[in-house]
Ligand binder design. Structure first.
Ligand SMILES: NC(=O)c1ccc[n+]([C@@H]2O[C@H](COP(=O)([O-])OP(=O)(O)OC[C@H]3O[C@@H](n4cnc5c(N)ncnc54)[C@H](O)[C@@H]3O)[C@@H](O)[C@H]2O)c1
Length: 262
């Protein structure tokens, strides 16, 4: 069977875990040459090894311009070109009341999510613009659409990623580079599991609030990314696609799903 991303270069930031790792596996299964870049370099190398020959794992912080230049250059050189970029690196918010937060944690959240997405996109885009074709997938969140208490920097950065997606999509549309985002709901990844374990999120409450009555999986996000990066989405640019089991569609005051419907 023909593979949809045969010999295409795909760079995934934050690809050593969770949503990025699921995307790495899915693109590799479709024939792509995957470059995983992650602040945890060992995990990135291990994940690339697990994908098999022809894939690469690199260390890099998306918020540091020198790192970004280095790993984007390596991705361009890795077997001929960069066709898809997935900006997936991320960290959770502090979940502390706003008046108790320090500026450094606010700044780091903004730097990793919003500035990181800007920096990596800006650095990767010239290769795509020269080729006249490319797809960038950003990762926003339901937190970029709905107000969630004690997640001010996370939410503001995710909302910013939505707008950055639209702006870059318009800027590069005529040169063949499409820019879209996914907005995950609550997906069972190490990131989300940690928040449940630490009691920062109420799993039962989330399930009840979700029309589909369950958490999503990393594969749900990877499937949306595969679609948005593919030629099947050739006329789609500038969208922020919710992948959230209906969470952001639900507006009624009552829970969306009954316990026995889960
Ligand atoms: N899991 C969810 O329910 C959920 C929901 C909405 C949005 N998201 C977003 O999806 C993205 C991935 O989350 P996940 O659930 O897969 O988390 P995860 O913790 O499993 O993976 C995140 C990866 O990003 C890497 N990373 C962190 N900071 C980095 C940096 N500065 N530079 C490079 N890499 C860095 C981590 O080392 C890790 O490998 C994040 O942007 C997160 O905000 C997740």
């Amino acid at each position: 069977m023909e593979q949809e991303f045969s010999a295409q270069g795909v760079l995934i930031t934050g690809g050593a875990s969770g949503l990025g790792l699921a995307a790495a596996r899915s693109f590799a299964a479709q024939g792509a040459r995957v470059v995983i870049s992650d602040i945890d370099g060992e995990a990135a190398s291990e994940a690339a090894r697990e994908l098999g020959p022809g894939h690469l794992g690199l260390v890099g912080d998306v918020a540091r311009e020198a790192d970004v230049k280095r790993f984007v250059h390596a991705a361009r050189e890795h077997g001929g070109g960069l066709h898809v970029l997935i900006n997936c690196a991320g960290i959770p918010d502090t979940f502390r009341p706003t008046v108790e937060q320090d500026l450094a944690s606010w700044q780091r959240l903004i730097d990793v999510h919003l500035t990181g997405t800007y920096l990596v996109s800006k650095t990767a885009a010239p290769a795509m613009l020269e080729a006249g074709k490319g797809a960038i997938i950003n990762v926003s969140s339901i937190a970029g659409v709905l107000g969630l208490t004690m997640r001010n920097a996370y939410s503001a950065s995710k909302a910013g990623i939505g707008m950055l997606t639209r702006v870059l999509a318009c800027e590069w549309a005529q040169q063949g580079v499409r820019v879209n985002a996914v907005a995950p709901g609550y997906m069972l990844t190490p990131f989300f599991q940690r928040l449940l374990d630490e009691g920062k999120l109420d799993g039962d409450g989330i399930r009840r609030r979700t029309p589909m009555g369950r958490f999503g999986t990393a594969q749900h996000i990877a499937d949306a990314m595969l679609f948005l990066a593919s030629d099947r989405a050739a006329f789609i640019t500038g969208v922020v696609l919710p992948v959230d089991g209906g969470y952001t569609a639900h507006g009624a005051p009552a829970d969306a799903s009954l316990p026995d419907e889960r």
